[in-house]
Design a protein around this ligand. Sequence first.
Ligand code: COA
Ligand code: AMP
Length: 631
Amino acid sequence: MGSSYKDDFDRSLTDPEGFWSEAAQEIVWIKTWNQVIDKSNPPFYRWFPGGVLNTCYNAVDLHVETGRADQAALIYDSPVTNTVKTYTYLELRDEIATFAGALASRGVSKGERVIIYMPMIPEAVIAMLACARLGAVHSVVFGGFAANELAVRIDDSEPRVIVSASCGIEVNRVVPYKPLLDGAIELARHKPEACIILQRPIEKCALIPGQDIDWEEAVDTAEPHDCVPVDATDPLYILYTSGTTGQPKGVVRDNGGHAVALKWSMKNIYNVEPGEVYWAASDVGWVVGHSYIVYAPLFNGNTTILFEGKPIGTPDAGAFWRVISQHQVGVMFTAPTAFRAIKKEDPGGALIKDYDLSCFKTLFLAGERLDPDTLQWAEKKLGIPVIDHWWQTETGWPICANCLGIEQLPIKEGSPTKAVPSMDVRVVNDSGQEVKRGDIGALVIKLPLPPGTFLTLWNADDRFIESYFSEFPGYYKTADAGLIDEEGYVFVMSRTDDIINVAGHRLSTGAIEEVLAAHPDVAECAAIGVADQLKGQLPLGFLVLSAGVDRGHAEIVKEVVQMVRERIGPVAAFKTATIVQRLPKTRSGKILRGTMQKIADGEEYKVPATIDDPAILTEITSALGEIGYPT
Ligand code: COA
Ligand code: AMP
């Protein structure tokens, strides 16, 4: 590979086959691919067709066989249960092989789906890798989603088995998972054949005979299972993410391209050597958790940390520093919101001084816009490079980053630096024409996308094409707007769709609106994301009541807040709604959510030329004023 960012980037575009076939040498293949990329059916590009491998082998068994058997593979650090438990590569391999045997004995085989609905415990990682070992397709569902969201995912992915736990633990409460799981199975049309439930000592649950199996019993009787060869192009996992409606999008990842790209990223982007300790403080339910808690660090022979805690409250704003120093973390990755939370509690960074952080080399942040205040605070208090990087569930790894393992470029505030090799990022206008450097437009990536990005949407090839490839032919639409400056630095400004980003979590305002609209007193509604100092954005609802409804407004708001919590989950952080007489719309009836957002955020706005009745904006301004917006 080249020696500078520019060399590598240029080569990745002029000779993608050469570039990625070299990177693929880092993965152990059972059979080498016939072709580096198959472009015969765009946008369904396929990387390494003909290649055969096993993802779990590359993540775990390989290291056992090549001298890392006794190295820590996974450190589970759980301040909420006062536990620190280390798994060597050998121990992890054995646990995975046994659990794979348990799954196999329940009929899970190559191509079958398994839903994993678990908190941040080692068994979640073991279950993911056990699926990979069998060539089964896992779909991890984040614990903060409600039963209804889980039911939608059960119906779409049709799992043979669901793996879950008796409970999760939040800062101030135990979250029983079993009622949510049972509720979801009740709601879903598809019924799994079995549920394997890990009983956590802090709160056990009753098991349903004939449906539920205790994790311990399942593994006690299981025979270890070997790695099953799978095609490079076979699916490894489905990860559901918010779309513009209540129906989430099932992002499908392959085995071969995923292994190659993630392994490449560890050295070239994160500059991490095998053997080092790497920590992504996220959740296995999100893409960051899939890629950078589980797969990439293990492919790279690192020690990965699984942290069941929060940046604050477990027990204090020094939790991150404690973990870094206790486990000798070299590189950490989290979302800016975690740092905003720490900064709010400990603005002077007093707790940092309690720990020896000399091991800490680099902090990577992603998942939402990195505001300059947070960047400067982290740089100043930690005295190490703080790297913003931009990516999405769909891409699975960074689109833009400062690729430290290739060449460290100067940091520009507000920019996740430049496109990583093989991500040919462009900015286009509404008609798909590239705009001048510095001009804002839609951020798109010229096809083909690199390996490790999504293959399709599960059960929804048409939606895949329509959502991402039809508006700008020849490009992948990121649905982010932004610009590229004269020096090639990319600036990501905002989403172009109705997705909002709450504490680094991606949420659909469309899904929230579907819940609000289901309230019997609501005739019409809208949901927007308003700026929030801690979480980046928070959802806010506008409700127009049906004629004749004369109940107390506060009561109705309370009910819709509860409905969103019950149907989407606490993670939606939906706490506020306001009742208005009407919603601002264009003459063709489109709700002007962007204008409402600007009013709520106290930003300047132009009255849209297409607005039906400008007077409504005054009503919206005063309704927002009554609930304290702009803040
Ligand atoms: N299971 C059950 N409930 C969960 C949950 C889970 N896995 N994760 C979050 N929740 C709940 C929270 O308890 C909270 O409930 P509440 O309304 O009763 O207080 C609600 O969902 C909202 O959670 P969150 O937005 O995370 O807010 P918080 O106040 O609990 O924590 C931060 C705020 C900033 C500390 C937290 O968001 C954080 O650590 N963010 C880091 C970013 C991150 O991990 N991003 C992932 C992508 S990199
Ligand atoms: P998710 O799919 O949950 O990872 O969310 C992806 C979205 O988060 C992107 O489309 C962006 O809107 C936003 N995002 C992620 N990283 C960044 C970043 N570094 N800067 C700005 N926005 C980001």
